[in-house]
Design a protein around this ligand. Structure first.
Ligand SMILES: Nc1nc2c(ncn2[C@@H]2O[C@H](COP(=O)(O)OP(=O)(O)OP(=O)(O)O)[C@@H](O)[C@H]2O)c(=O)[nH]1
Ligand SMILES: [Mg+2]
Length: 237
């Protein structure tokens, strides 16, 4: 069954071609959608050129940096307009190992939403400064305590959805970006009663390119969980 892997990009010229080659080599059922936000390093042009020989590469170009959350929502709508059964989220920077993709798709035969989890067996993160690691680890605990959602890695961005999850969640209503976006979408799926499975992955910090982690993104996630909790109580989800 057909899978669409959505990859948002902003300045990923050193990674994108190699990543697409590996992904497309995994299976003829796999297609990729790059959502590029006008990368100044011309990542979009590289992908456009690769499309010449490969119909399984899809590309949406947006004029400027509009954030990860809205890039995924745009990609989800594109996937739902076509006949993809599985729809994945993945970073372009090799933090997510493309060779883990088949394991996620396999688990998605049985579960509605599969999350590649850094915190299944201890902590599986390579090359993060201790400060960032602690922030992420305690953020995930904080999300769990407040939302009661049974997910150990709620901010992870390597996931596989069955299309019915994305058909059911009201994509229009998702407002958050970055880490909060991941938490919000998991929470909405969970509240609707979809099954969620975490499978262990090893996350490796990027070698090529520049990080976009910011204080604003962390704070957004910190208050978003309260907002979600209130919306759930008011039955707005
Ligand atoms: N389309 C789009 N993609 C983005 C945007 N911001 C980040 N990305 C992409 O989203 C993915 C994750 O972003 P990263 O910068 O790796 O974020 P991170 O993993 O939290 O941080 P680092 O790995 O430390 O840089 C990468 O593929 C980025 O190129 C954006 O505003 N628009
Ligand atoms: Mg990254």
């Amino acid at each position: 069954m057909k899978t669409l892997i959505i990859i948002p990009t902003y300045n990923e010229k050193d990674n994108i071609e190699r990543l697409l080659n590996i992904l497309l080599g995994l299976s003829p059922e796999i297609e990729v959608l790059v959502v590029d936000d006008g990368s100044p390093d011309l990542t979009g042009d590289i992908v456009h050129r690769l499309q010449d020989n490969e119909p399984r590469i899809h590309l949406i170009r947006r004029p400027g940096k509009m954030g990860l959350g809205s890039a995924y929502v745009t990609g989800f709508k594109y996937a739902l307009a076509q006949d993809f059964q599985y729809i994945m989220e993945m970073d372009a920077d090799f933090s997510h190992n493309p060779l883990d993709v088949p394991r996620l798709i396999e688990a998605a035969q049985k579960y509605d939403l599969v999350i590649g989890s850094r915190y299944c067996n201890g902590v599986n993160i390579v090359n993060w400064p201790i400060r960032r690691l602690l922030l992420s680890y305690f953020a995930s605990k904080y999300v769990r305590v407040i939302t009661k959602m049974p997910v150990k890695d709620p901010t992870g961005g390597f996931k596989c959805f069955n299309r019915k999850v994305l058909e059911t969640i009201e994509l229009e209503k998702i407002l958050s970006d970055g880490y909060a976006f991941q938490v919000e979408i998991n929470f909405r799926a969970w509240v609707k009663g979809f099954s969620i499975k975490e499978i262990p992955i090893i996350f490796t910090e990027r070698i090529n390119g520049v990080s976009k982690m910011s204080r604003r993104i962390a704070w957004e996630a910190a208050w978003m969980v309260w907002r979600l909790q209130i919306m759930k109580l008011l039955r707005l989800l």
